[in-house]
Write a protein that binds this ligand. Structure first.
Ligand code: FES
Length: 103
């Protein structure tokens, strides 16, 4: 994912039957959330959990609900489903790129 010229990893989760996409960047220290690659939920499947210091985020909004992220939240991405595909509504400041930063 390229946002405002910076390449940032992102992820998509399904929660309550809907997809939600976020930059994979904790609001506390800008580190990736996953404790095992691709694992974002806490043990109860109720919150997105940062592996580093335990910040917890609401899966549908990205709002911090507990931990050192304070009033900040995850950066939510405009994703939607279309015929079984998860799509990104690209805007002027968000573009999909591969792991080498190439569109
Ligand atoms: S880096 Fe995520 S809670 Fe500190």
């Amino acid at each position: 994912m390229s946002r405002r010229g910076e390449t940032v990893p992102a992820f998509v989760v399904r929660f309550d039957g809907r997809v939600h996409g976020y930059l994979n960047r904790c609001a506390h220290r800008s580190l990736e959330l996953d404790w095992i690659e691709g694992e974002y939920f806490d043990a109860f499947g109720e919150h997105l959990l940062c592996a580093t210091h335990g910040a917890r985020y609401a899966p549908a909004s990205g709002i911090c609900v507990d931990g050192p992220c304070g009033a900040a939240g995850l950066v939510k991405l405009p994703v939607f489903e279309d015929g079984g595909d998860v799509c990104l509504e690209a805007g002027d400041d968000i573009h999909l790129v591969n792991s080498d930063g190439i569109p």
